[in-house]
Each structure stands twice: as structure tokens, then as C-alpha cells.
Design a protein around this ligand. Structure first.
Ligand code: CO
Ligand code: ZN
Length: 329
């Protein structure tokens, strides 16, 4: 599974520019799905029809990652930019970025009046150009962080584990699923990082009876971390609440019972900040019960996010176990 993960996390796909990720995933799901389609916003919807008698279930993992968009090129060829999604300038200076066509650049900072934490308008991308005329970047061009996947053995490091690790979990679960009574739509959503926009339209279109979003969550297991009862290596986290939603209690208990029955370790997640596609799914149409399976990750929204490989494998196991059995809320 590590090779699948590597190809997904190294792919280019900031919000609104998910095409390269969609192509990769599309190739992976063709064999296992009954039907595969892309909607108007760019969500990839791969449905397993099932043998009948079950529920219509929507799973969501977002394809997009945070990134930068060029907003101005000065006469010397330095590129000013705006963030796409929740980018902290704390993580930017000295970093490298990659544009859609593969062009790379480094992020520099103005050297006057820059405090401990520079403002975004004090930073720029240097692609090695000498002038505006020779600069290959145009206003509107979008870049992602440029970091390779690193396999530390038990732990993995990459940009964009948020949320490509969940894309990998959905793909793997789909390939391992085999027979199920449920009609399951595996939805790879767009534009989560800018406001759950893809999940909003996909959930309406899929019209499911039950939803599970799969995304990363923060941990409380690093030095001086915020108090949080989630750590790497203790299993997938089952969401209780975050800033945007309260998980449906029936779905949450069903997820817990299934993990217990299968002997899969799990943790309960109460997340102070942030939310997931689950929020958009829960409030679609007249509303549906939604739970969230979270993969614990350190350093979320930095170019070096870290997950535990066993947590990833256990997330696949839990998802497959859930989809194999009748839903009991
Ligand atoms: Co995110
Ligand atoms: Zn996410």
C-alpha cells in the first residue's frame, strides 16, 4: 500500500486544481467500481452497486491539498502569492513549491521589518527568473508544496497526507471489499480546504442514506501540544465532534461496536479546530446520519505531515468491516 500512498501524496492537487490526482485515482478504482463518474465541480464518484438489500452509503475523502496562487509578478521576476486554504506563513520560508507543469520555486522573505512570523505579503516565490518578461509564472498559476514522500518504517512523512492518506484508504478498502449488500459511493471530493464545496454538491447528487467522511485529525502527543486524547499509533480515531459538526451518535456507536468486534484499536476524537466533508454531508438535502473516521496526523497543514502506518492499515480494516455488515444505528 505504501507505493499507492507515495504516488498520491506526491501528486499535484491544490483546491480547484485536482485533475492530476483525479486521474491517478480514476485509474485505481476502474476495476473495483460498478460505475465511475466526475461531476460538474470535479468530484470523482466511484460506486459499488452491491448485491441489494443494504443501504445507500456515501464515503468521502478529499483530493485537494492546501497551496498557493500567484497574484503578482514584479519587474525582477519575483512572484507574490495568496494562500489557498489554511496556510500558515510559519511553514513557508525556505520551502519549495511546484506548479502544475512541474516548474519549481523557493519561497523567500523580505528582510526588512519581518518579525518572528512574516505576513504573507512579505513573502515571495523565486523561480530563478531575472525579469517579469522572462518569468514563466503568470498571475493565477497555482503551486503546491514540493516535498518527497519519506518512509520512516512505522511512520510516514509527506505533504498532503491531508487528505490523500484517506484517498488511499478508500481505494484500498474498495479493492478489499468484495461482496456487500450496500450500494457504496466512494467519493473523492474537491475544494474541501476552501470550504467543503465539493462534498456539498456530491452529497446532494449521491443522495445517500448514511455518510462517513475519512480525513486526518490532529494529535496531542508532541512536546507542549494542546491537550488532546489522540496520538499516533493508537488506531483510527472515531469522531465525537469538531468545530463544524457533532457526529451522529448512532453512527459513532456502530463504528465503535464494529472496531471492538473486529479487535481493531481505536480512539475517540474531540477536535478543537477544523472540520471535514462530514459537515457538508450531514446537512445535505433533509439531512443524513454521518460519522467520521479520522487518521491521526502530526504537523497537519505543514509540508511534512506524519502518520503511523498501522493506523492507516487499521483504518482500511475498520472501513471494510463496516461496509460488510448490516448498518445498525
Ligand atoms: Co486540511
Ligand atoms: Zn482534510
Amino acid at each position: 500500500m505504501k507505493e499507492l500512498i507515495r504516488s498520491l501524496v506526491e501528486a499535484y492537487g491544490p483546491s480547484g486544481s485536482e485533475g492530476q490526482v483525479r486521474e491517478l485515482i480514476s485509474a485505481q478504482v476502474q476495476g473495483a467500481a460498478t460505475s465511475v463518474r466526475t461531476d460538474a465541480l470535479g468530484n470523482l464518484i466511484a460506486t459499488v452497486k452491491g448485491t441489494g438489500g443494504g443501504r445507500r452509503i456515501m464515503l468521502a475523502a478529499h483530493m485537494d491539498e492546501i497551496g498557493l496562487v500567484a497574484s503578482y509578478v514584479d519587474e525582477k521576476g519575483f512572484v507574490r502569492f495568496q494562500p489557498i486554504g489554511g496556510v500558515s506563513t510559519r511553514t513557508l520560508v525556505g520551502g519549495r513549491v511546484r506548479f502544475a507543469g512541474g516548474l519549481r520555486g523557493v519561497i523567500g522573505a523580505e528582510q526588512k521589518d519581518v518579525g518572528d512570523l512574516p505576513r504573507i505579503d512579505q513573502l515571495f516565490i523565486d523561480v530563478g527568473a531575472r525579469s517579469r518578461e522572462s518569468c514563466p509564472v503568470a498571475v493565477g498559476d497555482v503551486a503546491c508544496f514540493d516535498r518527497p514522500f519519506v518512509d520512516l518504517g512505522e511512520r510516514l512523512v509527506a505533504k498532503a497526507f491531508d487528505d490523500r492518506i484517506a484517498c488511499a484508504v478508500l481505494i484500498q478498502a474498495m479493492q478489499e471489499l468484495g461482496e456487500t449488500a450496500h450500494e457504496v459511493s466512494f467519493v473523492f471530493t474537491v475544494q474541501e480546504e476552501v470550504g467543503l464545496r465539493g462534498a456539498q454538491t456530491a452529497a446532494y447528487g449521491v443522495d445517500a442514506e448514511l455518510g462517513i467522511a475519512v480525513d486526518v485529525t490532529l494529535t496531542g502527543d508532541t512536546p507542549q501540544a494542546r491537550t488532546m486524547a489522540v496520538g499516533l499509533g493508537a488506531g483510527p480515531a472515531i469522531k465525537v465532534k469538531d468545530r463544524g459538526m457533532l457526529a451522529h451518535q448512532g453512527v459513532r456507536r456502530w463504528m465503535e461496536r464494529t472496531a471492538q468486534a473486529e479487535g481493531i484499536p481505536y480512539q475517540l476524537e474531540v477536535l478543537e479546530a477544523g472540520t471535514t466533508d462530514g459537515m457538508a454531508m450531514q446537512t445535505t438535502r433533509a439531512g443524513i446520519p454521518v460519522g467520521v473516521l479520522s487518521i491521526p496526523s502530526r504537523y497537519v497543514h505543514t509540508p511534512s505531515e506524519m502518520v503511523d502506518y498501522q493506523d492507516v492499515l487499521n483504518s482500511v480494516r475498520l472501513l471494510v468491516a463496516l461496509l460488510k455488515k448490516p448498518v445498525e444505528l
